[in-house]
Ligand binder design. Structure first.
Ligand SMILES: Nc1ncnc2c1ncn2[C@@H]1O[C@H](COP(=O)(O)OP(=O)(O)OP(=O)(O)O)[C@@H](O)[C@H]1O
Ligand SMILES: O=P(O)(O)OC[C@H]1O[C@](O)(CO)[C@@H](O)[C@@H]1O
Ligand SMILES: [Mg+2]
Length: 326
């Protein structure tokens, strides 16, 4: 979408679940814009802050010392009111009132739906994928994914020590909402003997119990099972293993620890590139876009097109995991 209006001031907000690297993206947006002569307003608490006018001027120095920090200095929220047309119209009014000509929305797919609605009523918005789940179909990568996976990997390594010592099975539930990307990669990196993801329906007998039984028959004495939260309860899976195979099993739900911490190098660099591109687009009066990574390159898509895409799980990696985790 091209608008005729010159973009003099942009807003930036973070929305949905926080993700490590969001601060690096905010920093890139603020500094890129200022270097182009565009003013920046920071909007607190996602779309809620826009509706409640929690809006502040940002300067080069207001984003100092944040590139290494997890979370988001702008706070984040899930705002039900923005899902209604009346909320979106109020958002447009607030942008007009505060002189915001365009908006960078750092968040996940839900946040992009809000950005699309706002673009459709005349406020150009550019989405920056910020979610640990890596569930934005148009992009190979989302900000926070690498840090979350590395955190999960460190946690599972610790669980392995105790599972090994007690010759137990450790069933670990990782985040990802309806996607299994964190589970798959963490499972591979930690040598899990079973990885369960929502994209690939599993047969408990064949894909779980037989696999563990076979590993046991070839000498394995402790077992790591990584379950994506979208599959169901890790506790039920541990119970099934314990009751059917008689292997002492424990459940750990990693939870929000995966959302925190200092972002990895990859997340900081990706966030910086994506934030820069978002401002570049807005500065050219281009809105209704999502910044993305495809084949390692920075690209962008219409929000409509981006939201209609489907992401699949890396089946080859899943098969590799199954082949070697014996
Ligand atoms: N269909 C929609 N129309 C307008 N706004 C929406 C819509 N869906 C979501 N939003 C807005 O975006 C916010 C965040 O959405 P959601 O909770 O789905 O998280 P997300 O951006 O997908 O991030 P994550 O999944 O990583 O937590 C919502 O609280 C709401 O304010
Ligand atoms: O912040 P909440 O409401 O606990 O949301 C948890 C969800 O958010 C995420 O952490 C990020 O989308 C998902 O992995 C998880 O399902
Ligand atoms: Mg989402």
């Amino acid at each position: 979408m091209h608008t005729d209006k010159e973009i003099k001031t942009i807003g930036v907000l973070t929305s949905g679940g926080d993700a490590p690297g969001m601060n690096a993206a905010i920093r890139a947006v603020v500094r890129t814009a200022i270097s182009m002569g565009i003013k920046v307003k920071g909007i607190m608490r996602g779309y809620s802050g826009l509706l409640n006018e929690e809006i502040m001027d940002m300067s080069i120095r207001s984003v100092s010392e944040i590139i290494q920090r997890g979370g988001t200095i702008l706070y984040t929220a899930r705002c039900l009111e923005f899902k209604e047309m009346s909320g979106v119209m109020k958002g447009k009014e607030m942008c007009e009132k505060h002189g915001i000509d365009g908006l960078v929305v750092i968040g996940g797919d839900g946040s992009f739906r809000g950005a699309q609605d706002l673009s459709n009523v005349g406020v150009p918005c550019v989405g920056v994928p910020g979610t640990i789940d890596n569930d934005i179909a148009c992009s190979e990568y989302t900000i926070g994914y690498d840090t979350a996976m590395n955190t999960a990997m460190e946690m599972v390594d610790k669980l392995r020590d105790t599972a090994h010592s007690h010759e137990r099975c450790s069933v670990v539930e990782v985040m990802g909402r309806r996607a299994g990307h964190i589970a798959l990669n963490t499972g591979i990196a930690c040598g899990a003997c079973v990885i369960l993801v929502p994209e690939k329906p599993f047969d408990p007998q064949k894909d779980l119990l037989d696999r563990i039984r076979y590993s046991q028959s070839v000498g394995k004495r402790h077992f790591i099972v990584v379950v994506a939260e979208g599959v169901g309860s890790a506790g039920d899976i541990a119970g099934l293993i314990q009751n059917t195979l008689g292997i002492d099993s424990r459940t750990t739900v990693l939870g929000h620890v995966q959302r925190g911490g200092s972002p990895t190098l990859r997340d900081r660099v990706m966030a910086t590139k994506m934030g820069y591109r978002a401002v570049e687009l807005l500065s050219q009066n281009i809105g209704n876009r999502v910044v993305a990574i495809q084949k390692g390159e920075l690209v962008d898509f219409e929000i409509n097109e981006a939201l209609a895409m489907q992401k699949t799980i890396d089946e080859r990696l899943l098969n590799i995991g199954h082949a070697i985790s014996i």
